[in-house]
Ligand binder design. Structure first.
Ligand code: ZN
Length: 445
């Protein structure tokens, strides 16, 4: 309230037209504040969950795709083909997705960023009305089916407790699971015979742990193409034991991978991320906006978008920017062009694969300046925007996909490639060195 009083006092001294401008601005700000996904109050009172993104004016489709012509996110023409490693990882279990709660995050907001069905959040809320009590730094993970619907959702409350929601035949079951055993750091070692994936499984790693390692190293080493028979690895992992038997697989702390005579080492910092022995980031950054300057967003990411008349769901899996024809389109990150051609709905389009985790799509282009197989760097001009395919006006449709699932490029956390903060780096390097030597000894001895 004090803020508002200050604001009123300040505006009293302004000329009239400024006051008017400010007043309408404050209305907008007020509306935005009211609309923000609600953080689910910690009281036991039931609270309605506002559905993010439903304030968007969906009847206006100028500079966008016609609403009834939603592009199929799974259209093979637009997809990045899976390689052998990818197939191995997804063959045993659905891929696990993860998120660490950041300041200001709400569960509704997180569902919206990753395109998870809000209706399933309501189901979880019916089972446990405290599901929305999340705090910064907390970890959550989930698995989805082919349609992007949740199969499981797990929220880690502490080292000891985790809340799990399992979806089956339209119903959800909730359980608070407890870690009962002792945790112990163990080292697993292996030698690649058929593939890294197979040997890592034999050494006792779960598909999820392998996925994490492969993702962490995606820019330094491609396990799908560079891994060879005879390569060796040693991995330090935190396992849970009951009566001296391992019952679950915890975090990975360090890995040494010996590819021929090249050693690759990664170590996990207290922030939960992996770095190299120097504390340098393993990630490459990605940009949210694939143009040199910002253009108006004519249609936002909304996987649950409803047709205003028919009420049918017509997902919008990307963000539309109202770019004039001929605007330079820039690669969102370093990567390899996997598709560059024409599609009846998407028009001229480009698909880029960034490491193993992300891919981006750029649709309705006027002219394409790259070809499949080209390596591109972040910010490189790849096309000129246009109005080709099914489009109601010049615009750029931009999609970001994480493991093949569309996510909100404007909101989802992106890799930033920061090193370990300088004040923590000395301690990190000491610990990393220690772990590296221990793993080297295991491989040499
Ligand atoms: Zn679009």
């Amino acid at each position: 309230m004090k803020l508002l009083t200050n604001w009123l006092a300040a505006t009293a001294r302004l000329p009239r037209q400024h006051k008017l401008a400010l007043a309408s601005l404050s209305l907008l700000v007020g509306a935005a504040l009211m609309w923000q996904p609600h953080p689910f109050s910690s009281s036991r009172d039931r609270q309605p969950i506002p559905i993010p993104n439903d304030t968007q004016n969906i009847t206006s489709v100028e500079h966008s795709e016609p609403i009834e012509q939603g592009l199929d996110a799974d259209d093979p023409a637009l997809r990045v083909p899976e390689d052998a490693l990818e197939k191995d990882i997804t063959s045993e279990a659905p891929r696990t997705h993860q998120h660490t709660v950041a300041a200001g995050d709400t569960l509704g907001g997180i569902f919206s960023q990753y395109g998870l069905p809000i209706s399933q959040l309501y189901q979880m809320l019916d089972e446990n009305d405290r599901v929305g009590d999340i705090r910064r730094g907390q970890n959550m993970e989930w698995q989805v089916d082919e349609q992007g619907r949740l199969l499981t959702f797990t929220l880690y409350q502490s080292l000891k407790y985790r809340d799990q929601y399992r979806f089956e035949q339209g119903k959800v079951a909730y359980a608070r699971l407890e870690t009962k055993g002792d945790r112990e750091k163990v080292t697993v070692i292996g030698r690649v015979n058929s593939s890294f994936y197979q040997q890592a499984r034999q050494a006792g790693l779960t598909p999820n742990q392998i996925q994490n390692l492969v993702s962490a190293l995606q820019w330094r080493f491609d396990f799908g193409r560079q891994s060879r028979r005879g390569d060796q690895f040693a991995i330090q992992v935190d396992k849970e034991f009951i009566d001296n038997k391992p019952v679950s697989s915890g975090n990975i702390f360090a890995m040494l991978y010996r590819a021929g005579d090249r050693d690759i080492f990664i170590y996990r910092h207290t922030d939960g991320r992996f770095y190299d022995e120097q504390g340098q980031s393993l990630d490459r950054a990605l940009r949210r906006i694939p143009t040199a300057k910002r253009y108006r967003i004519s249609s936002s990411f909304d996987p649950h978008r409803k047709h205003p008349i028919t009420g049918r769901i017509s997902p919008h899996n990307g963000t539309d920017f109202a770019t004039p024809v001929g605007t330079s389109v820039l690669a969102a990150g370093d990567g390899v062009v996997v598709k560059a051609r024409k599609h009846p709905l998407a028009g001229n389009y480009v698909v880029i694969k960034h490491g193993r985790e992300y891919s981006t799509r750029y649709l309705h282009l006027h002219r394409i300046l790259v070809k499949p197989g080209d390596h591109v760097s972040m910010g490189q001009r790849i096309a000129l925007s246009g109005n080709t395919g099914r489009s109601t006006g010049p615009h750029l449709h931009f999609e970001l996909l994480k493991y093949g699932h569309p996510v909100n490029a404007m909101k989802v956390p992106l890799p930033e490639a920061h090193p370990v903060p300088s004040q923590e780096r000395g301690e990190f390097q000491r610990q990393a060195k220690h772990a590296q030597q221990a793993l080297e000894q295991r491989l040499n001895g």
